[in-house]
Design a protein around this ligand. Sequence first.
Ligand code: ATP
Length: 310
Amino acid sequence: MSVVIVGSINQDVVARVDRIPAPGETVLASSLVRTGGGKGANQAVAARRAGGSVVAFVGAVGTDPDGETLRGALVADGIDVSGLSQVDGPSGMALISVDDTAENTIVVVPGANAVASALTPAQRSVVATAQVVLTQLEIPIALVREAAAVRGEHAWHLLNAAPSAPFVTAGSALLPSVDVLIVNEHEALDVAGVDDLETAVAALAPRVRALVVTLGRQGSMIVCGAERVNVPAFAADAVDTTGAGDTFCGMFAATLAASGRAPESVDAALLADAARAGAAAAAIAVTRTGAQDAVPFAAEVAALIERTHA
Ligand code: ATP
């Protein structure tokens, strides 16, 4: 497999609202959509639609009907699900509200994503075949650690430390197993335990081979050893930013896999190429509603890059 995503898979239930309710307030939604989501599954779809990569998803669904629907959606996208296990109980679910300004609030009910405390033998074998292993923090941390440990000698480990969790800090033993740490600004501050970005970068960058901080419409910042590069975002009329970060990460991972490079040879130019592709895919995703539904295909991303540089 060229890209293996170890992560969460959720049934997203998305309500469109005029404005996000304040605590204690009730608002009426104008529409409700059920769709595939979960950071891991979204990133798998983004990596797969990037084209060129064989993509596998390692995770768990429940024994409820949502589990079969979610598995079927990954298969329909051409994603290998030999590492998708089924555990007793409900699948993960995310309750999402999106308002007219494309702002969102999300409540995740982990369900099947939180059950396992170790990878199954089948899941370990899938991870061992990866060129790039991409993890996030919507699953038990033991699974992230194990995925990092069983990957091949020259395989990349990309950790998208989202949502930020108290057990992943700048001093965490997990970080030296990470080749590229990808965080948004809020997560960078949380993981570093500080309140300004420069201090966070100074604390995190030395702990990993490379650090990528995504900055929404401001693009992203790459720190790789002594090199630092800012990669601008592509202009977009955003209607729903849900999944922008996941689309970025999936495309980023697929671009690294396609490069054929090993983590030992990483440099800022390679990461900037991957971040540019991620930014283009994310810029298209934010113009559409939903998470997986919004993820663009390779041809659309190539067309945006060509239009922008024309
Ligand atoms: P989310 O949690 O909403 O999925 P995130 O907070 O993890 O996203 P962001 O930094 O918001 O991640 O976005 C990731 C990347 O997506 C950015 O680096 C940028 O390239 C692109 N992006 C995000 N929002 C926009 C936007 N409004 N217009 C254009 N590009 C965007």
